[in-house]
Design a protein around this ligand. Structure first.
Ligand code: WTA
Length: 640
């Protein structure tokens, strides 16, 4: 069956785009009629950017898991909903049909209700990339509990911060996870986190690795025992909750310019429509295709394009537990061949890390099924774009460069595979409903083409952020205050002579390391926790594989003179960062300095530090306003 709102050609794209901007009520009202609702909406969209208040499909009631599972049962009950490829290629893969997914989700939703979780309760999920993670997420959505998935690489402290902020009452986890040749403990990290917070009364633990863990009686519950309990007691499965269109579906924490991650809140109906609409249009999904998104469900890409987008479209979605380079750099290609993958969606960092191994890992791999290739999360350089297009796609599979953010819920600017033109390193054109605007430093709108500025969005779209959990003012301040009447993305952008958009990177103090967003302030806070550190400043610098690397300038309370002491201290700082945030935030370079370039008012001149880290030592700009201009020379001398 063709999806009626799937764009078929360039002319139709332009027509739909036009209509979506001129008459969003009718446009998004029409799209929404193709979903299952319990009650219809009273109005399609109401929006007031000055207060960061937007609602979509107000008055409607629905359950998103009925749209992702139940409604497909008749036609696709026996089709694979989820294919699970384990970390170890020697172990068998698993398939959950739509019928099996239905059974497991409905059953686990009943477990959650049985242990006392109610609609609106916050449930944190800290698991590896296994099918039970998908089941846990969907089971929360089924009963109207708000899920907050925490990436499995985050530390105990990061879990505690998120649990406290969301006042979560339950954590779902597993004993451990596999990643390449490593076994990663998860439950022990949760145990540590729970020493730092006190709102959690239940921890549900899925047994995956079988490693020995401690279970705290009265608090910790085995997943399988809970399932058995409701089976044995013959407790009937819970009906899916009927929630309001604007009922929060999930919280996902993401980094900003301050030290404290913010809980981006997405609500049910608008997010569902946006995840689905963007999935079927950007990837030009066709019935029965296998979609392989290599992201982790701990990030927004996994939420929207492993789970809600593909499942709402009745697709087969592939979940991979491992990493691209283990047991060898042909792992992705083996998976694509083995499961006849049609759509591959990955990050430029993964592409660059595989390019390093040359073409050999691709040889002999049958990738002829691949129809669409996607990238996300960071700018893609032309070299990586061409390698992906030529070596992986054999120039037969359009590459879509999708620009979006945790806050946008789904893809905002991207070519539509095979429908609208691609241009290497450009995200190209906005999706229907998306009106981009470029702003100059003074807050003026930049008109015309061949220009660049700060990227804003001028109109509401269904998948937009609704609030930052527990602090709506922060949402207003962060996104809707820099430019009155616009949502500000935090990204710099250029618009070429044809009106194609190219995202150039963050213009705020947020780094993008291997496609992961990391706030410089968060890393600085972590470094400063080391007792020997007085102050630090963190900036990004270009990194061949990771896109950006982390460069830390650190002032110590006493000078270290010998190399050995310096090395020990660096190791200690890295350990602190790992403990406070997680290994993804570890600086690549740590330079000990005697001072930082500050203005007379005490503000660190990051621009100068960035240039030094980039190795651009000539044009440092005006340094005369610095409190101590000589400090710059001493930093340059010690550059790593
Ligand atoms: C960056 C990931 C260039 C951008 C979905 C954005 C990109 C941040 C692209 C959001 C792209 C994402 N080209 N840059 N195609 N996609 N970005 O919230 O800086 O983890 O603001 O969402 O990643 O990262 P987030």
């Amino acid at each position: 069956m063709k999806v009626p709102y799937q764009i078929q050609n360039l002319e139709q794209y332009h027509r739909n785009y036009q209509k979506s901007i001129e008459n969003p009520h009718e446009f998004w009202g029409d799209v929404a009629t193709h979903f299952d609702w319990h009650e219809p909406w009273n109005s399609v969209v109401n929006s007031d950017f000055s207060n960061a208040k937007t609602t979509w499909y107000e008055g409607a009631k629905l359950n998103i898991t009925e749209n992702c599972i139940d409604r497909h049962l008749e036609e696709r009950g026996q089709q694979a909903a989820i294919i699970f490829e384990p970390n170890d290629p020697q172990k068998p893969s698993q398939t959950l049909t739509y019928q099996e997914l239905y059974d497991r989700v409905a059953e686990f939703a009943t477990v959650l209700t049985n242990i006392g979780i109610q609609q609106g309760d916050r449930v944190c999920i800290y698991m590896g990339m296994i099918p039970e993670l998908a089941i846990a997420v969907l089971a929360c959505a089924r009963i109207g509990a708000i899920h907050s998935v925490i990436f499995g690489g985050f530390s105990a402290q990061s879990i505690a911060d998120r649990v406290i902020d969301a006042e979560a009452s339950c954590i779902i986890t597993c004993d451990g996870a596999y990643r390449g040749n490593k076994e990663i403990p998860l439950k022990p990290v949760v145990d540590q986190a729970l020493k730092l917070c006190d709102t959690v009364s239940e921890v549900v633990v899925f047994k995956h690795t079988g490693s020995k863990i401690e279970m705290s009686p009265g608090r910790d519950l085995w997943w399988h025992e809970q399932v058995n309990e409701i089976r044995e007691a013959g407790i009937p499965w819970e009906d899916p909750a009927s929630v309001d269109a604007e009922h929060p579906l999930f919280i996902l924490y993401t980094s900003g310019s301050t030290g404290k991650p913010k809980g981006v809140v997405h609500t049910t109906a608008g997010y569902m429509v946006w995840a689905n609409y963007t999935f079927v249009n950007v990837f030009q999904y066709q019935s029965n295709q296998v979609h392989f998104c290599t992201a982790d469900i701990g990030w927004i890409t996994g939420h929207s394009y492993i789970l809600y987008g593909p499942l709402s479209a009745g697709a087969t979605t592939l979940m991979f537990e491992g990493i691209p380079t283990w047991p060898d750099a042909g792992r992705f290609w083996d998976i694509c061949q083995k499961h006849s993958v049609d759509i591959l969606y990955t990050a430029p960092t993964a592409i660059r890390s595989l390019m390093v191994f040359g073409d050999a890992p691709l040889e002999g791999k049958n990738l002829s099924r691949l129809k669409v290739l996607g990238t996300v999360g960071e700018p893609i350089n032309e070299e990586a774009w061409h390698w992906y297009n030529e070596k992986v796609g054999n120039k037969n599979a359009p590459v879509v460069d999708t620009w979006w953010q945790t806050e946008t819920g789904g893809v905002m600017i991207s070519n539509l595979a095979g429908i609208t033109p691609a241009k290497p390193s450009y995200a190209t054109l906005p999706l229907p409903g998306i009106l981009p605007a470029l702003m100059d430093e003074n807050g003026n709108l930049i008109q015309g083409n061949s220009v660049s500025g700060n990227l804003c969005i001028a109109k509401p779209w269904p998948g937009m952020i609704r609030t930052t959990y527990g602090d709506h003012q922060r949402c207003i301040d962060t996104y809707f205050s820099a430019y009155q009447g616009y949502y500000f993305t935090g990204d710099g952008c250029l618009r070429d002579e044809n009106g194609f958009y190219r995202i150039t990177g963050r213009v705020d103090d947020v780094l993008n390391v291997s496609g992961h967003r990391i706030g410089t302030a968060e890393v600085e806070n972590a470094i400063n926790m080391n007792p020997q550190v007085v102050e630090s400043a963190v900036v990004g610098y270009p990194h061949d594989i990771k896109g950006q690397g982390i460069y830390a300038y650190v002032i110590l309370n006493k000078e270290v003179t010998d190399d050995e002491a310096a090395t020990t201290l660096r190791v200690q700082i890295l350990e602190t960062v790992t403990q406070v945030i997680g290994p993804i935030a570890k600086p690549d370079r740590i330079q000990f300095v005697s001072g930082l370039p500050k203005t007379r008012s005490g503000k660190i001149m990051r621009r100068i530090l960035r240039k030094i880290a980039e190795g651009e030592l000539q044009n440092l700009g005006d340094t005369t306003t610095l409190l101590d201009p000589l400090i710059v020379d001493s930093i340059i001398k010690g550059k790593l």
